[in-house]
Design a protein around this ligand. Sequence first.
Ligand code: FE2
Length: 295
Amino acid sequence: MSGSGELGAPRRFRTADGGLTAEMRAAFESDGYLLLEDFVAPEDCDRLRSRALELVAGFDPAEHRTVFSTASRAHAAAEYFQSSGDKIRFFFEEDAFDPAGELRQAKVLSINKFGHAMHDLDPDFEAFSRTAKLRRLAGEIGFRQPLLLQSMYIFKQPRIGGEVGWHVDSTYLYTEPLSCVGFWFALEDATLENGAMICLPGAHRQKLRTRFLRRGGALVTETLDSSPWPDDPRVALEARKGSLVVLHGQLPHFSGPNRSDRSRHAYTLHVIDGVCRYPDDNWLRRGSDMPLRGF
Ligand code: FE2
């Protein structure tokens, strides 16, 4: 995708209780995103951040060195990634290791993200994820039976935070019919300098282009429609700490590398509708002892 277009600014809204006005619902339908400022209190952001750092402190990098890169896809081959749907697992930045295989900097500054079931396995993440405000918001945007499918804590580390290429989340979190919505929380200010997301508002109404699924023992990307996404318009989803960006599952988005000295911690929660079919060949799986639950 070329970079011809100028970057627009997002529309910004607020809700005290998760309820949406008709204007906000219309904005989500037409744009495919909804930026809600001050959705989470700063102290709740800080608590989640502290808990994330505790979880990283308890992770031994000698056990697993799986790099998460949307460029190399090296992670896709790793069993550690494939079986992470109902666990808490840690993935390194691509530039985290030197040629000798040693971490270039402290572990806590080398992790790209961890996921994918903190919302069910960790009490602090569960408390952040299962709130009456989010339950109401999910109902307002049309969920009939919301199920919390996936959580990720994303570090976007200073200087080495990697780019996340253009994609839509429904490629990875697929249901029939499509139902995935991402709830993206800014735990720190996200700016273009430290890797804020950029999206193509309105493009969520186009057909799904690819699906990431299991075939044999591998994870593969299947092309459903090879037409390119439009170049414009583009909006930079710069978001202050405490903001929630609701992302339609078919909205193309991207985030550049973080070459700044500031981290850009974010937490994402992906929700699907239990009235839709969840195919057996989806990459993200859970054991039968851990069924999906709602808010
Ligand atoms: Fe995404």
